[in-house]
Design a protein around this ligand. Structure first.
Ligand code: NDP
Length: 607
């Protein structure tokens, strides 16, 4: 094993030593190629995105007309579809590349997959569908089932097109309709379109020299090959790996969840690490239904929980911490410090100091936990995360660190440099080849590439102008949803809106409500077109770009990753795609709620 020299966690009095270490570790990892280091899953690598879960079903092309067509059958499409149906829009067609609803949860069926934000706030439409998650952090099969439940509950299956990739969407201004074309030969019309293809949906591979030469078996975690590994998404042992030497490349949130399963099953497991994740306590628990009925159930319970989590997680104050987990823990620590010290009111300096203190304390604990759990001191040292907690997606797990105590498991730390080379027979780090039968790429998803590259289509709006052209200098929207020149079209995401990263579906829920409210109003008014004005779009872009409210992980002082443009300077163009509402998520959700309720629809024209 190659590791950095063991370094113990400095105590709080050694704050400067920690800051210096953060800088050293970050600088090791900076590379000039930034996002270009990754290989696009295309050409010779295209098979990495084949659907391993269902057979292709042939069907006739559709050429009809629907009221609303939505691209993407994940949480975005399901929530928007549900809200549209509730608002009385019956004709909703979801077009989805996968063989069923689910999006992320359709594709990511790797062993151990589960949500890492409390299911009560993470899984949408619980109250509406009557489902109570069985665990604090539900596992992937339950979440996928819930997606299907939403689909059935709101009759979204009736008109859905699965295994279908949109190829183009064009605005016909005379007819005031969109024409949607797909890879199945469909050419149907829609009065409105929604785009919800997700921020992390296109797998990427590391640009490791020789990656194309490997002659063993290989797959990406988002297309788990159970035929090869044995087992199933419900957790059955990976019983075909008993005689296999397996490499997993990447140690992000996905690897943290699947490594324990591989560790139990493989003859030998080599975990290739560039940057360790911070791994906090998970403490998953089954839902106590009596407690739920007694303490939680009641009209509006899920909204209450989501708002409470959002408030606490983004530095706000609330009487109760309903979720009470690792996410809200840091907020609690900040709050307690502020209350203790705020004798003369709350100042920005006080907040910064409280945040810094809480963060250093938290990361000290997370590093200390590694020593407590991992037997081998060199391995423990290499597993310690030297950056602020929100620089990378924080992870929570009670079996990941323990996996390194299994006899067949080796951590191959690359000291921030990444894997050196892949050969026909194995993986090379620091000149040593680790021979393996299989490589599992836990290398994440494209972020920061163009919308068109990730989605595989472009939108052509009024006057033949494409969305790619309109966004050439950076994303431009009002509320993250409406785009000038693209009437009756709605973008669903988090940027230029709430930008709540800890509970991404909260952004999607709000977007779904907004779309349904706008469409219902347009229909009630008999409008053919609804469009944001150029002035309103510009004013919104100015507002979000002019604000300092980038999420903490986007700081260039952070270790490189997709949160901060791989450590590359964030130019105006990139900033537009990172930016959120100035006051943060809570302020945005309050703003957009008031905007919807006002009925004035400021910034939009209905004609
Ligand atoms: P990530 O992008 O977080 O991780 C990719 C990993 O691959 C990193 O450890 C990265 O190292 C490593 N890597 C990249 N290139 C190389 C290389 N050349 N050599 C060695 N290692 C390399 O992807 P994940 O799939 O883990 O997670 C993506 C996101 O999906 C998460 O951030 C989270 O938002 C979401 N997710 C959510 C879950 C949930 O809610 N339950 C579960 C899993 C994922 P480095 O860090 O140095 O770049």
């Amino acid at each position: 094993m190659t590791t950095t020299a063991p370094t113990e966690s400095p105590g709080r009095e050694d704050r400067q030593a920690v800051i210096d270490r953060y800088r050293v570790e970050r600088e090791k990892r900076l590379r000039p190629d930034g996002n270009d280091q990754y290989v696009e899953v295309a050409g010779a690598f295209a098979h990495y995105v084949d659907d391993p879960y269902v057979e292709r079903v042939e069907r006739e092309p559709v050429t009809d007309e629907v009221t609303f067509a939505f691209v993407g059958g994940g949480f975005s499409g399901l929530v928007a579809g549900a809200r549209l149906k509730q608002a009385g829009v019956d004709s909703v067609r979801i077009v989805e590349k996968g063989g069923d609803f689910g999006g992320t949860w359709y594709w990511n069926r790797y062993p151990g997959a589960q949500c890492d934000t409390h299911s009560f706030v993470y899984m949408p439409l619980l109250e509406e569908t009557g489902h109570v998650p069985t665990e604090k952090y539900a596992h992937a099969p339950e979440i996928l089932d819930h997606c299907r439940r939403i689909g059935h509950h709101f009759d979204l299956y009736d008109d859905a097109l699965f295994q279908t990739e949109v190829k183009s969407i064009e605005w016909d201004d005379d007819a005031a309709r969109w024409i949607v074309r797909t890879d199945r030969g469909d050419a149907f019309r829609a009065k409105y379109v929604g785009l919800g293809t997700g921020p992390l949906h296109r797998p990427k591979l590391p640009g490791i020299p020789g990656i194309e030469t490997f002659e063993g078996h290989a797959f990406h975690t988002s297309r788990w090959d159970y035929d090869y590994t044995g087992g199933d998404p419900a957790g059955a042992p990976l019983d075909r790996l008993g005689d296999k030497r397996v490499a997993i490349i990447g140690t992000g949130a996905t690897a943290v969840q699947c490594v324990p399963h591989l560790a139990r099953a493989c003859r030998e497991l080599y975990v290739f690490q560039r940057t360790p994740s911070s791994v906090d306590v998970r403490d998953n628990q089954p839902t106590d239904m009596e407690w739920f009925e007694r303490e939680v159930a009641g009209e509006g319970w899920q909204k209450r929980w989501m708002e409470n989590f959002c408030t606490l997680q983004t530095g706000g104050f609330a009487d109760d911490d309903l979720v009470g987990d690792g996410w809200t823990d840091i907020a609690r620590r900040v709050r307690d410090r502020v209350i203790a010290k705020a004798t003369d009111g709350i100042t920005a300096d006080l907040l910064t100091e409280a945040f810094d203190d809480a963060d250093f304390e938290k990361m000290d604990e997370i590093r200390a936990r590694v020593d407590e759990v991992v037997d081998d001191p060199a391995t423990a040292s290499a597993l310690k995360a030297w950056y602020r907690q929100l620089c990378k997606r924080p992870t929570f797990h009670d079996e990941y660190l323990q996996a390194y105590n299994e006899p067949g498991v080796t951590l191959v730390d690359t000291d921030g440099q990444g894997v050196e080379r892949i050969t026909p027979t194995g993986v090379v780090v620091a000149g040593r080849e680790y021979e393996v039968d299989c490589i599992v790429y836990a290398s994440g998803f494209e972020v920061g590439t163009s919308y068109q590259r990730r989605s595989g289509f472009d939108l052509t709006g009024r006057d033949g102008r494409t969305l790619a052209e309109h966004w050439d200098d950076g994303m431009r929207t009002m509320h993250g949803i409406h785009v000038h020149g693209f009437p009756n079209a709605f973008v669903v995401g988090s940027t230029q809106a709430g930008n709540l990263l800890s509970n991404y579906p909260h952004n999607l829920s709000e977007a779904g409500r907004t779309i349904a409210t706008v469409v219902a109003h347009a229909e009630a008014e008999g409008a053919e077109r609804v469009e944001v004005t150029a002035e309103a779009e510009q004013a919104w872009v100015d507002l979000v770009v002019g604000s300092p409210m980038l999420f903490p992980g986007a700081s260039l002082e952070c270790t490189p990753g997709y949160y901060n443009n791989e450590g590359q300077p964030i130019d105006d163009r990139a900033r537009q795609s990172f930016a959120g509402y100035p006051g943060g998520p809570v302020a945005f959700f309050q703003f957009i709620d008031a905007w919807r309720r006002s009925g004035a629809f400021d910034g939009l024209t209905f004609t």
